[in-house]
Structures are given as structure tokens and as C-alpha cells.
Ligand binder design. Structure first.
Ligand code: SF4
Length: 270
């Protein structure tokens, strides 16, 4: 009788990576920030990037830090507020920062990717998101096929907002759904019912062509495969909640599959 191979543990490796690490969501990670790197050095670095033989295209990330309520698992850099004036002040400061940074990039360098993250980008009214995009577009040259995406909290948008976001130019959205089990939602202080999620996904599906030309979709919402087992754990899959059409929210750990995502717009749960 064959014995199962015994697991091998590398004590040195466990020792090396056994501690806390920086969150992968921030880059450069927090431990890379240092007071010894001055504003002048930063500007020099931006200017130097234009002098490369072939200056690189650009990706822009805007962190919108506001959230209406705290999710208890959250480790993001966020500000909990319900003040809408905070959003307008944020845009004023963002414009100032853009005025400082944008002139350091040659205008013939194309923006290939934009991402609004948070926080909750959809804390901003759709009109304010439109204003934000105009600030960016007026200072940078966008590639015609730029991927323009944002994170969407289903609690803070309506189907009409989704259509407006498409009109503003977004071609990728990431819908933040942690769990559909009401008990789990209550425990993590992030409550949205399946019908709400379905209405947002339905609106996104109705607005086709999310996928930026020439780019692979990164899709975490897909049709259930009848041969596939339920993910381990509680009954949190949407189709158990009578969410129609039958959708299966792919757990974070699973890799996206091109085959399974073929018939869906570019949606990604964050
Ligand atoms: S919405 Fe996102 S950033 Fe805001 S508290 Fe929840 S997890 Fe954190």
C-alpha cells in the first residue's frame, strides 16, 4: 500500500516569511516610503523618466479614501464620513496635485490605464467622478484603447449610475461583494442584499463593451459549472440566494478562467 508523501517543511523559509508583510494592495508598499526621499528627488525622477530612449506609457491610480461606513475586516487607507463636502474638497486638492505632477510627464506619453480605488470611489457622485476624469484628461494624453476602471460598492450606486459611468468612459468595473450570507454581512458590517447586487450586475451586463479593446477581461463573475462543487464554507453563493441569472462569485483565491468568463462583461469583485 502506497503511503501519502509526507509534507516537507522548510524551517528557514517559514522563519523568513513568518512575520507580517506589507499589504499587496499598495505599491510602493508602505515600508518603502521614507522621509529621506525629497519632493525634489521625486520631481527629478519624473523628469528623468522622460529621458529614457523610449519613455514608458503611463498608468494613473486615484485613491478616493472616503467610505460611508467601516467594514470591520478593512485594512485600507480610508476616511469614514458621510460628508459630501469632503468629496468636493478632495477634488480641489486632487486638481492641485495634478497641477504639480502632470507637467513633469511629456504629453506624448500615453495613459494606457486608469484605476479609481479606495476607499470607495463611488462615494463620489457620478457627476464628481465625471469631473475627476475631466481633470485627468485635460492634463494627460489618453490612448484610444485605454483601460479605464473603478471599484464600485454596490451600496453606493444605482443601475442608472452604472450607465452614466459607461458614458463617462469607464470600460472596466470591479464590484465589491464580500459575501451574500446575511449573517456574514452583519458580522463584517457590510450589508447589501442579493437583489441589489443583481441589479448592479444586471445594469453592467446590459451595457456591453466593458472590455477595453485588445485587453483580456479579468472576470470574477461567471456562470456556474454544473459539474463544479460549491466552494467550501457556508451557503454564500449567489444562486443559493435565488440570484438570477445564476451567477457564481468566484472566491478571491481562484484564478480567473478565460473559458468560463467568455460570455460576461468585464466585471471583477474587489
Ligand atoms: S468599503 Fe472598502 S475601503 Fe471602505 S471600509 Fe469597506 S473595505 Fe474598507
Amino acid at each position: 500500500m502506497n503511503e501519502s508523501p509526507r509534507p516537507r517543511f522548510d524551517a528557514d523559509l517559514i522563519e523568513k516569511y513568518g512575520g507580517e508583510g506589507p499589504r499587496y494592495t499598495s505599491y510602493p508598499t508602505a515600508v518603502q516610503f521614507s522621509d529621506t526621499f525629497s519632493a525634489e528627488q521625486w520631481k527629478d525622477a519624473l523628469d528623468d523618466s522622460n529621458r529614457l530612449p523610449i519613455p514608458a506609457d503611463l498608468s494613473l491610480y486615484v485613491h478616493v479614501p472616503f467610505c460611508s461606513s467601516p467594514c470591520f475586516y478593512c485594512g485600507c487607507n480610508r476616511v469614514i464620513t458621510r460628508s459630501k463636502t469632503a468629496a468636493q474638497e478632495f477634488l480641489v486638492h486632487l486638481e492641485k496635485e495634478l497641477d504639480l505632477a502632470a507637467p513633469h510627464f511629456d504629453r506624448d506619453r500615453k495613459v494606457r490605464q486608469v484605476h479609481l480605488g479606495g476607499g470607495t470611489p463611488t462615494f463620489l457622485e457620478t457627476a464628481q467622478i465625471g469631473q475627476l476624469m475631466r481633470l485627468l484628461r485635460s492634463r494627460f494624453s489618453f490612448a484610444a484603447d485605454a483601460e479605464i476602471g473603478l471599484e464600485v460598492d454596490p451600496r453606493s450606486v444605482t443601475p442608472a449610475d452604472i450607465r452614466e459611468l459607461k458614458g463617462i468612459g469607464f470600460n472596466r468595473i470591479s464590484i465589491g461583494i464580500q459575501d451574500l450570507d446575511p449573517e456574514v454581512q452583519k458580522a463584517v458590517n457590510r450589508i447589501h442584499d442579493a437583489a441589489l447586487v443583481a441589479s448592479i450586475i444586471g445594469a453592467a451586463r446590459a451595457v456591453r463593451s466593458w472590455q477595453a479593446p485588445g485587453r483580456d477581461p479579468r472576470c470574477r463573475v461567471r456562470r456556474p459549472d454544473p459539474t463544479e462543487h460549491e466552494p467550501a464554507g457556508r451557503g454564500t453563493t449567489p444562486h443559493r440566494q435565488n440570484l438570477e441569472p445564476r451567477l457564481w462569485i468566484e472566491p478571491r483565491r481562484k484564478r480567473w478562467s478565460r473559458k468560463s468568463a467568455r460570455s460576461f462583461p468585464t466585471l471583477a469583485s474587489s
